[in-house]
Design a protein around this ligand. Structure first.
Ligand SMILES: [Zn+2]
Ligand SMILES: [Zn+2]
Length: 320
């Protein structure tokens, strides 16, 4: 086999998760990436597999979320106005179904990878890492990453999952809802919480109880670029990875850390995304038969989104 087969979620259902103007999280983020896809398909002939989105079932959403919250979203989705949180995440008509497509599609990739029908997966709409068990937050309604983690650990019965989050914002939903779960190893690079939403993710927070030491927060100050990222990866992450033994790897590859993002102050280039996806791809091939799924996460500069996500797909398609 020359290259790896990467399943990429592709379908207009993924455009449904789109907040009303002038919200920065709209469907053109995904449309721009989809316009680029034929180029990637040409670069890696036969290796990019378009995977149709699917809706999650209610049962799947309840692997993680609370029933009262799910009902709340369903009702707000029918009305289509007001906010799901304190002002970042507006309801819109059909936001319930749109969210089910995000979750179902990430789970579909997880299943296809587990069955070996694809080698790796990428859901550009996935990685809604701020949503908590019982509430929406930061543009995130249902947390597909957390649901996939619960699915892998509790339903499939894996012993350990590695979640790496390089979105400019701290992955607080995943981080705090698994804070006491030692089965989830979590590495999170983000802009320092004193300078950016959600204001969390400090280096001293390492997991609680028997999970102490299983989480690694790496906050960077505004202006940090590829150099600072790499330095911290070498110094902190490589040592952390020595002690992990994942059976599945999830990457939240938010593009909002790239220089020029309108919401954040980090100054990465897509080199960071290529490096991380490649390194984790290698780890997955060494530790868990290549089982890795990446999710698009945030990103509000449309050109940066295309660059960062293309870099992730390239790194997964190229044998490490
Ligand atoms: Zn591979
Ligand atoms: Zn973000």
């Amino acid at each position: 086999m020359s290259g790896c087969r990467v399943g990429v979620i592709y379908g207009e259902e993924m455009l449904l998760y789109s907040f009303p103007q002038p919200h920065p999280f709209r469907k053109d983020r995904i449309e721009r990436f989809y316009e680029k896809l034929p180029e990637l398909e040409k670069e890696f002939p036969g290796q990019i597999i378009r995977v149709k989105p699917r809706m999650a079932t209610l049962e799947e959403v309840l692997f993680y979320h609370e029933k009262e919250y799910v009902d709340f979203v369903k009702n707000m989705s029918m009305d289509g106005y007001g906010y799901l949180d304190y002002g970042d995440t507006p309801a819109f008509k059909g936001c319930y179904e749109a969210s089910l497509y995000v979750v179902g599609s990430t789970l579909k990739l997880v299943d296809l990878v587990m069955k070996g029908e694809i080698d790796h997966g990428f859901n550009p709409m996935g990685g809604l890492h701020h949503a908590r068990k019982g509430r929406a937050a930061g543009f995130c309604i249902f947390n597909d990453a957390s649901i996939a983690i619960k699915y892998l650990l509790d339903k499939i019965g894996l012993n350990e999952v590695l979640y790496v989050d390089i979105d400019a914002h701290h992955g607080d939903g995943v981080f705090y809802d698994f804070y006491y779960d030692k089965r989830l190893k979590h590495v999170d690079f983000h802009q320092d919480g004193r300078t950016l939403y959600p204001g969390t993710g400090f280096a001293h927070e390492r997991g609680g109880g028997e999970a102490a030491g299983t989480k690694l927060n790496i906050p960077l100050m505004p202006g940090a670029g590829v150099g600072e990222f790499m330095e911290n990866w070498e110094k902190l992450v490589e040592r952390f990875l020595n002690d992990v033994d994942p059976e599945f790897i999830l990457l939240q590859a938010g593009a909002d850390g790239l220089i020029g993002d309108p919401l954040t102050g980090l100054e990465y280039t897509e080199e960071v995304h290529y490096f991380v996806a490649k390194r984790l791809h290698k780890l997955a091939e060494e530790k868990c038969e290549g089982r890795i799924v990446a999710m698009g996460g945030g990103g509000y500069n449309r050109d940066n989104i295309v660059k960062a996500w293309s870099a992730v797909v390239r790194a997964l398609a190229t044998p490490p």
